[in-house]
Design a protein around this ligand. Structure first.
Ligand SMILES: [Zn+2]
Length: 278
């Protein structure tokens, strides 16, 4: 094969990439959790217990690995708003980001509901660490982070009003309260939403609509909202998201599509929503 090529030689200078959804803890889970599970089979028995388990030191080490891998691929900024266990764990991630020279948006991944079906395979002590006893307690956790700092490391690290998300894990009161907190502190908000057809159908069974429509009813859609996944979205909901430029979506195709039928997913349209022209 010929090695001849055309064009300039030497290093290529490009702007840094932005990764809009990172779970920095997950770098330590490789090889422990199967890759081919449905969302429900993956979340309750594996993912959430794992998220609740790392110590602050392990959170720091895992975040260092995450930052290293991102920098190697040219990513200089990321959004990591799903830190479940404590503010101390979030501080450990912030320390790593500060040392790496990267920029990041960080936040907690609190929630106040646990789905009853399928039965959550979560040990009581882990449940106690990740599940807030009420919407008010979860909002207090978010507010206490924003009271401590909304920006640090010379402005490279920002705190957002975030929760774990999904209507199966967060009450209407929690979503509405988060919007109020984001407005009060003048920060963005972010959470998972509409990540699977099974989730959307469960939400429809409970409230009569799919997830994005319910968020619209709750008055949560806004320009400062970053939604993660959004693979289970109807055409009408795409219009809701795009019509008034009321939110950004951060589809995660590698993760979300391996759990979903591409036929039923709307992510290609959500990619367009996430583009600068919208
Ligand atoms: Zn996620």
């Amino acid at each position: 094969m010929s090695r001849r090529g055309h064009g300039p030689r030497g290093p290529l200078v490009i702007p840094g990439y932005v990764n809009t959804h990172v779970h920095t803890f997950e770098h330590l889970s490789r090889g422990l959790i199967p890759d081919d599970l449905s969302t429900q089979a993956w979340g309750a028995p594996y993912a959430r217990p794992f998220y609740a388990a790392p110590t602050e030191q392990e959170a720091y080490v895992s975040a260092r690995l995450a930052c290293l891998e991102m920098l190697r691929s040219g990513t200089t900024c990321f959004v990591g708003v799903n830190i479940l266990v404590s503010h101390g764990h979030l501080d450990a991630v912030a320390q790593t980001v500060g040392e790496s020279g990267m920029r990041a948006v960080l936040g907690r991944g609190v929630f106040d509901l646990l789905p009853k079906t399928p039965a959550p395979a979560m040990l009581p002590d882990l449940q106690e660490r990740v599940l807030s006893p009420s919407a008010g307690a979860a909002l207090q956790e978010v507010a206490s982070l924003l009271d401590r700092w909304t920006s640090t490391a010379g402005g490279r690290i920002r705190a957002w009003a975030s929760i774990y998300g999904l209507l199966s894990h967060c009450s209407d009161e929690l979503f509405a309260g988060l919007r109020a907190l984001a407005d009060r502190y003048g920060v963005g908000m972010a959470f998972h939403m509409a990540s699977s057809i099974e989730e959307a159908k469960a939400v429809e069974k409970r409230v009569g609509t799919w997830p994005i429509t319910q968020l619209d009813k709750l008055g949560v859609l806004s320009p400062n909202l970053l939604l993660t996944h959004c693979t289970a979205v109807t055409d009408r909901e795409v219009e809701l998201l795009s019509g008034a430029r009321r939110s950004r979506s951060a589809p995660e195709p590698r993760c979300a599509w391996r759990r979903e039928s591409p036929k039923s997913a709307r992510s290609p349209r959500c990619f367009r929503l996430a583009s600068p022209s919208h």
